[in-house]
Design a protein around this ligand. Sequence first.
Ligand code: GLN
Length: 507
Amino acid sequence: MKHIFVTGGVVSSLGKGLTSAAIGMILERRGLKVSMQKLDPYINVDPGTMSPYQHGEVYVLDDGAETDLDLGHYERYTQARLNRFSNYTTGKIYSEVIARERRGDYLGSTVQVIPHITDAIKDAIRNGVAPGTDVAITEVGGTVGDIESLPFIEAIRQFALDLPVGDVMFVHLTLLPYLRASGEMKTKPTQQSVGKLREIGIQPDVLICRTELPMTDDMARKISLFCNVRREAVIEERDVEFSIYEVPTMLVKAGLDRIIARRLGLPVEVETDLSDWNRMIEDLRHTTDTCEIAVVGKYTALHDEGCDGLLIPGGFGERGVEGKIKAIQHARETGLPFFGICLGMQCATIEFARNVLHLEGANTQELDPHSPHPVIHLMPDQANVHEKGGTMRLGACDCDLVPGSLAHRLYGADAIRERHRHRFEYNNDYRARFEAAGFATSGVNPQRDLVEIVELRNHPFFIGVQFHPEFKSKPLHPHPVFDGFVAAALAHARGAHREGKPERSRA
Ligand code: GLN
């Protein structure tokens, strides 16, 4: 088994996660089995308690692990099976080491960063490898040179030392900034960041240079010379014009697939087959069918906007909820396609309760703990939970679909599994009243009789799901509810508000 470690330098937000995912995809398209893993140098045990503004959206796995959003790239680009061992943070590593220390596992010794923390990081890397893996790709979050990253960088250096030469390679992602005033691109930040890596003892095998403009051969040679990386392994990754999905193809064109194969002693005379992926991009590029989807995060004057579909995503807290409810009312009354995810589904339930069932003051207990009609409420098992980290309903849960419902037609299945991340639930005390008025339940969790999907009977497309279907949508396998929603929005855009069998979207 081989290992690739991906580090980043100069600045954050270079697209290291995307590049790592693209490397995974390229290797899979050469017939190899890959594992993907991310090491994050922050102290939170997981990103579950962080605001999306801090670190992007939280990505939830089947096993309920709340992980970094880069794991979403891994799942969309590769077949790698991810679980709670696929994302480690400094906080998770330290809490394991401290727990062991309290148990007495290190009795007699002083517990230190080297070797105890670095050993725990090396164990974490091994834990992240699924059985049967050919190549394990581990992305180290943060930027080389940060104080926080140091134990991780040191650990991957040691990791390589423990294995035969040729089993481990290091890929470093860097930036070639363009200075408008002098009209030139600069290699110095790259040299310095590679210098930082080499100080610790890591010589990168490949440099992937993020650039706005083409990297000239002269520049590549200069980088090669100063960074001690072979010319052919200095690879340009230019800003993509059209879609981030172009990155794998771009890296293959630059020869990265063969460089990795050669460096790790993998079969070289294999073609990297990205044909279906490239076809998908060409389809996207040439599609002429367009529709406008309003995504309501806070109050939007929907009436003036002219859109073909309304999407209300998940969320926490009060901001914008009343505006979302108004937007949903508009969609319900005018036949505008509507798709509510988690909080979006909960808002649709509140809207129907207030405006159709005339349950005055209907609300979710999250926003009004004393609501006379808590149509969305806290389950007894959640009511006594006071810790905030990792205590929601998390991960994949079963859902049985009601035959003949929109959900059933979209999925084309009787039972599904979808990923959850929420505390509050649809209140079954009101279910009969909702059903009688046409606000149907079309998906139920069989173990706990929890309502997972709601839909409106007399509406072209109106669906709310308690789970997060976005976690399972992939470019080559779009999620059926998204697919159906886009198809309904396209039909709306064409002025055809028909009921009946949902079309498949091409957009
Ligand atoms: N805040 C809501 C809850 O906790 C919805 C969560 C979400 O949209 N992910 O139930």
